[in-house]
Design a binder for this molecule. Structure first.
Ligand code: 3PG
Length: 400
C-alpha cells in the first residue's frame, strides 16, 4: 500500500490531508470530483484499522471561521462515497476536534473543520505556522499527504506537519505525479498544450517552461487578447493585461526562432457585455470591433484547434477557452474538450489539469473516463509543469 512505510496502522490515529475544495452552490456540491478522488486513500486507511482524521480547506477564508466556508456540506457526500459514517468536528484543532478524535474506534473517520479558519495554516513565515502545525500534529500519530491540489502550498497541513509526524505520500498524490512526470520527462510527440483562463500573468512561468518541452501551444480564454494586442490588433473591451504585453511579444518571437507553434484564434465570439443574454457576433480575430469584448474562440478557431490536436500523442489542457458557464460562449471549450476525447480514443495521453477545467468538462456533459487523466490540481499541476519544486512533495522525501 501507499502507507506501508508507516507500518501497521491499526489503532493509530492517521491525519490525512485531502483536497476537498469543491465548488458549492449554497450548501450543494456542484462538482464532487475532489471528494471522489479523496476516497480511496481514506477508505484504505479505515479498512486497515486506522483512526482516520481527515483535514482539508474550502475556499480562501481569512484565518477565522466563516459559515459560508464551512466543510460541513462535504460530510454527507464523503460519508456516502466511503460507505461509512463520518463524524464532523466543529473546529479544526480545538475542543471539538480533540473530543471527536478521542472518541474514535479503529476504522472510524473524522473530518475536521476548514483548516483555513486558523491563521496559522497559511501564514507566510515558518514560525507563524508552528503553533498550529503542532496542534494539528498533536491530534495524530502519523500523517498521509493526499491533497494533490495543495502540494504547491507551503502551509501547515501540507508542509509543517510532515516534519512532526511519521509521514507518507497518499495514492492520489503518487498517481498525479506519475502522470505529470510522463509529460515533463519524455512526452510522446507531437506534444500539444492548450492553455486558457483569464490572466496571462498567471501563466507566464508555465508558458516559459513549456516553450522548451511542448511542440504546440494553443492559446484560449481571456489571455488571448493580450496576445492579440501584442500583435497590434484591436481588442475592444476584452480582458487585457498591459503588464504582460512585452512577455507575449517575447514568446511569439521565441516561438518563431525555436520552432514552437503558438496557435492563436483566427475568429472570436464577441459580446457587448459579460452576460448570457448580451448581443453576440462572430468576428475575425484581427478585426474586432472597438465596443465589444471577446468571450470565446470562434467556430473556425475551434476547428483549427481540433486539427492541431488530432495527431498529437500527448496533450495537456488547463483553462477554459471562453466564458463557458454562459451558453453562447461555451462552444470553444466544448470543441477543445471533444478534441481531447477524440485524441484519447486515438491512443494519445490526454491530461486535463485543474479543478476548474475538470469541473468545466463535467458540466459540459463529458465523462472522466473519456480523458486519459483528470487532475485534481490546477495550480499544483501548472507549477509541476513549470518545473518548480512543490513543497508538499519535497518535504516528504527530505530527512528531518
Ligand atoms: C485549488 O483549488 O486549486 C486547490 O484546492 C488550492 O486552493 P488555493 O489556490 O486556495 O490554495
Amino acid at each position: 500500500t501507499d502507507f506501508a512505510s508507516l507500518g501497521d496502522v491499526r489503532g493509530k490515529r492517521v491525519l490525512v490531508r485531502s483536497d476537498l475544495n469543491v465548488p458549492l452552490d449554497g450548501t450543494t456540491i456542484t462538482d464532487d470530483g475532489r471528494v471522489r478522488a479523496s476516497v480511496p486513500t481514506i477508505s484504505a486507511l479505515a479498512e486497515a484499522g486506522a483512526r482516520v482524521v481527515v483535514c482539508a480547506h474550502l475556499g480562501r477564508p481569512k484565518g477565522e471561521p466563516e459559515e459560508k466556508y464551512s466543510l460541513r456540506p462535504v460530510v454527507g457526500r464523503l460519508s456516502e462515497l466511503l460507505g461509512r459514517p463520518v463524524t464532523f468536528a466543529e473546529d479544526t484543532v480545538g475542543p471539538s476536534a480533540q473530543a471527536a478524535v478521542d472518541g474514535m474506534s479503529d476504522g472510524d473517520v473524522v473530518l475536521l473543520e476548514n483548516l483555513r479558519f486558523n491563521a496559522g495554516e497559511t501564514a507566510k513565515a515558518d514560525e507563524d505556522r508552528a503553533a498550529f502545525a503542532d496542534a494539528l500534529a498533536g491530534l495524530a500519530d502519523a500523517y498521509v499527504s493526499d491533497g494533490f491540489g495543495v502540494v504547491h502550498r507551503k502551509q501547515a497541513s501540507v508542509y509543517d506537519v510532515a516534519t512532526r509526524l511519521p509521514s507518507a505520500m497518499g495514492g492520489l498524490v503518487r498517481d498525479e505525479v506519475e502522470v505529470l512526470r510522463r509529460l515533463t520527462e519524455s512526452p510522446e510527440r507531437p506534444y500539444a498544450v492548450v492553455l486558457g483562463g483569464a490572466k496571462v500573468a498567471d501563466k507566464l512561468a508555465v508558458i516559459d517552461n513549456l516553450m522548451g518541452t511542448a511542440d504546440r501551444l494553443l492559446v484560449g480564454g481571456g489571455m488571448v487578447f493580450t496576445f492579440l494586442a501584442a500583435q497590434g490588433h484591436e481588442i475592444g473591451t476584452s480582458l487585457f493585461d498591459a503588464d504582460s504585453v512585452e512577455a507575449c511579444k517575447g514568446y511569439l518571437e521565441r516561438a518563431e526562432r525555436e520552432g514552437v507553434e503558438i496557435v492563436l484564434p483566427v475568429d472570436v465570439v464577441v459580446g457587448k457585455e459579460f452576460s448570457a443574454d448580451t448581443e453576440t457576433d462572430t468576428v475575425a480575430a484581427d478585426a474586432m470591433p472597438a465596443d465589444a469584448m471577446g468571450l470565446d474562440i470562434g467556430p473556425e478557431s475551434a476547428r483549427l484547434y481540433a486539427d492541431r490536436l488530432a495527431d498529437a500523442r500527448t496533450v495537456f489542457w488547463n483553462g477554459p477557452m471562453g466564458a463557458f458557464e454562459m451558453a453562447p460562449f461555451a462552444a470553444g471549450t466544448q470543441g477543445v474538450a471533444q478534441a481531447l476525447v477524440d485524441a484519447t480514443a486515438g491512443g494519445a495521453l490526454t491530461v486535463v489539469g485543474g479543478g476548474d477545467s475538470a469541473a468545466a468538462v463535467r458540466q459540459l456533459g463529458f465523462d472522466d473516463g473519456q480523458f486519459g487523466h483528470i487532475s485534481t490540481g490546477g495550480g499544483a499541476s501548472l507549477e509541476y509543469l513549470e518545473g518548480k519544486e512543490l513543497p508538499g512533495i519535497a518535504i516528504l522525501t527530505k530527512e528531518h
